[in-house]
Design a protein around this ligand. Structure first.
Ligand code: PLP
Length: 428
């Protein structure tokens, strides 16, 4: 770990510790009995096959669950201790296990990464990654539009941990440039913001990071690797709340960080100390969920498109936020995401929050709940959930106007969802 930025005679050199990480590293960790596909394989093929543990004794088709917290020492283990590559050998559950490695390799294949680390939640992935990639005295540039938990971490806790944070408008490159400081280490943004679906300019952020020797960390939860691969566009680390689309069934909590091995080894090291590792059973469930990622994402995307189109022409709806619509402002997303934009739609009802509350009451098919990315459609209102701690004026400042509804389109039949939306709108 580099010294604190402030301790150095040459602060410019100290916060760029990552340039001195030159030790040779192999991708992984990988096992000898594990399925690997050529990089050219498609996303559906990778989501089904990549990473699967190939059991040499039984020929089990799926990865077995290694429900064990520790592994018998062998010559390999002692060698790994001696040579300092304990991340690559099964030693202890928190350090790594065949189930972690199987699902990590699947996600790494989808993201085009050398290495991934899974975590017990998306927040654990974000906290661990941001702390691992910055020093005491370092500076992070991020946005007020990030996920509420992340915003609270950045606003409430980071300064206690010696990291400065500047919040900018995530689509405004001039503002981001103006926020750069000598001690800036990390740019942290989400590919699509919640709930207004503003898109960041990922290729330009990648250029900026390169130009100023910064690390670009991207939370890609809303789009998934099916629609965008931030590492191909200049990001250094990509993070997901696997609780959402990657697992896709609203039945577990997990997170992941992916990128080149030199950064991920550092993230893994801090994960060992902070302790947010993912248990074998959860890894197994996550691996199983991801097998249908490509299939599900296509259905989420089609449903969100259909719903956005229906709502945009309904007179009870004032405005719909979706990248497919003519009045969508961040049109650059269409160049980087030619295949779709995930399953989120948000819209403002003409009658304001009162109408929105009635609307939620009348809906029969979607479940009124927080979260997103599950096979079932979920619906909630930002004003009394994610943004309830804002005043009315603060909400208006960030574009969350009265009557805003956030809709996570599931994989039901689009017609059924639209019939239900229609009857609920008619009754308010
Ligand atoms: C849900 C979410 C998180 C947090 O993930 P958990 O798994 O709930 O800890 C982070 N970022 C985004 C964009 C999210 O939607």
């Amino acid at each position: 770990m580099a010294k604190a930025v402030g301790d150095s005679a040459d602060p410019g050199a100290e916060h760029q510790w990552h340039n001195t990480l030159r030790r040779g590293r192999v991708p992984g960790p990988r096992m000898s009995h594990q399925r690997a596909l050529p990089e050219s394989a498609g996303n559906s093929t990778k989501s089904v096959h990549s990473g699967t543990y190939l059991d040499p004794i039984t020929g089990a088709v799926g990865t077995p669950i290694f429900q064990t917290s520790t592994f018998e020492f062998s010559e390999h283990t002692y060698e790994a201790f001696e040579q300092g590559h304990i991340r690559d050998v099964p030693i202890y559950g928190r350090y790594g296990s065949p189930n972690q490695w199987a699902v990590q390799e699947k996600i790494a294949a989808l993201e085009g990464a050398q290495s991934s680390v899974v975590f017990s939640s998306g927040m654990s992935a974000i906290t661990t990654t941001l702390l691992a990639l910055t020093n005491h005295g370092g500076h992070i540039i991020s946005s007020r539009d990030v996920y509420g938990g992340t915003f609270n971490l950045l606003r409430e806790d980071m300064h206690q941990l010696g990291r400065e944070v500047t919040f900018v408008e995530p689509t405004d490159m001039d503002q981001i440039r103006a926020a750069l400081q000598d001690n800036t280490q990390v740019l942290f943004f989400e590919t699509l913001t919640n709930p207004l679906l503003k898109a960041i300019k990922l290729p330009e952020l990648g250029e900026l990071a390169k130009e100023h020797n910064l690390l670009l960390v991207i939370d890609n939860t809303f789009l998934s690797p099916q629609f965008i691969r931030p590492l191909d566009l200049g990001a250094h680390v990509v993070i997901h709340s696997c609780t959402k689309y990657l697992n896709g069934h609203s039945d577990l909590t997990a997170g992941v960080a992916s990128g080149s091995r030199k950064y991920l080894d550092r993230v893994w090291n801090l994960m060992l100390r902070l302790g947010g590792s993912l248990d074998a059973m959860e890894c197994y469930l996550l691996e199983r969920g991801i097998k249908t990622l490509a299939l599900r994402m296509r259905a989420h995307n089609e449903n969100a498109h259909a719903i956005a189109g229906f709502l945009a022409s309904h007179r009870g709806v004032r405005r719909v936020h979706h990248p497919s619509l003519p009045d969508y402002e961040c049109t650059w997303i269409r160049d980087v995401c030619p295949d779709g934009y995930g399953g989120m739609v948000s819209f403002e009802l003409v009658g304001g929050d009162e109408a929105a509350l009635k609307f939620l009451d009348r809906l029969q098919l979607p479940v009124v709940a927080t979260s997103l990315g599950g096979v079932e459609s979920l619906v909630s209102l930002p004003f009394n959930t994610s943004h309830s701690f804002f005043t009315l004026q603060q909400r208006q400042e960030v574009g969350i106007l009265p009557g805003l509804v956030r809709f996570s389109a599931g994989v039901e039949d689009a017609d059924d969802l639209i019939v239900d939306l229609d009857q609920a709108l008619a009754s308010i």
